[in-house]
Design a protein around this ligand. Sequence first.
Ligand code: TXA
Ligand code: MG
Length: 329
Amino acid sequence: MSESREIILSQIKVQEAVERLRVGEVVAIPTETVYGLAALISSPKGIERIFSVKRRPFFDPLIVHVSDKQQARELTTSWTPICEVLANHFWPGSLTLVLPKRAEVSDLITSGLPTVGIRMPNHPVALELLKELGEPVAAPSANLFKKTSPTQVKHVLREFQNEDVSVIDGGDCKVGIESTVLAVNGSQLNVLRPGSVTGEQIKEALEKAGLSFGFMSLQKHENENGVQSPGQMEDHYMPKKPLIIWTQSWDKNSLKFMTDKLGENTKGVELKLLSDPLLAARNLYSQMHEHSMREDIGFIYCLWPESKNKDGVWTAIWDRLKKSSSYCL
Ligand code: TXA
Ligand code: MG
């Protein structure tokens, strides 16, 4: 990174971030899942800038981040007992609730959908910022469209080195993958994006509270124009080097097979999954970022035998790996 570029993309403190956000600028902020690129929900200039900095198409809606339940209630026309129980149980935390939006919530944030995604992040810096602002921010992950989400401040600095974007350093993200996105349509629930908060945990919390609900399994969600909900796009989270998922048994010819597929003289490096799924999620993207930076490496590979567990948090890890991979062999 050249010196002048480093100056453009500066690290700032919460108070300076507040000032910038209030004049319609964007600021990259830490959350417990991944870093987000934030703008005030009341600032059309800031919201538009999120899309232009990320080179993100306008059909992909943004998640609104709140500091408390009251702010969430003010964004939706339907804050039900189900929402109350889920918020009490999982907030602050990595669960985004997709709820019917109030008219005041800008269509730019929701991509014209009648719903809005809302969550309360579990990160002291994000919460301090939101309390100082007294207003929610919209924040997608702080990466270029379809690229790997940042889990460390240096990932953000690298991604936007040509842009006038400031970042607050909040350390490494502890969850490491994006929030669970749950559509709540009356008593019908639908996981639109799996995350570290699992369907099982959601079910358990609602059952304990004695609420009745219907749980749809993970499925494609279409908006009124028949367009698929954006987080469900098949190619997403892509590292800069091709990622291969190896589902076959491993022997001495396996690596040679991959190397041949990608051309001679390419060297592969393994993305290793830790055995605890929470730890595997935590360092999944940081490995993708680190391996992508290596000049001696042509591709990344990850071993996922067909018999491997895909339950609980592994559902989300598998989802991210599949979407970021170029080949599944
Ligand atoms: O953990 C996270 O959720 C991170 C941090 C920064 O909070 N944010 C994040 O935002 O991952 P983003 O924009 O990269 O992904 C948000 C996804 C969208 O692609 C979309 O699929 C879904 O959330 N989403 C948001 N609003 C929605 C809505 N109204 N209806 C359906 N899906 C929605
Ligand atoms: Mg994203």
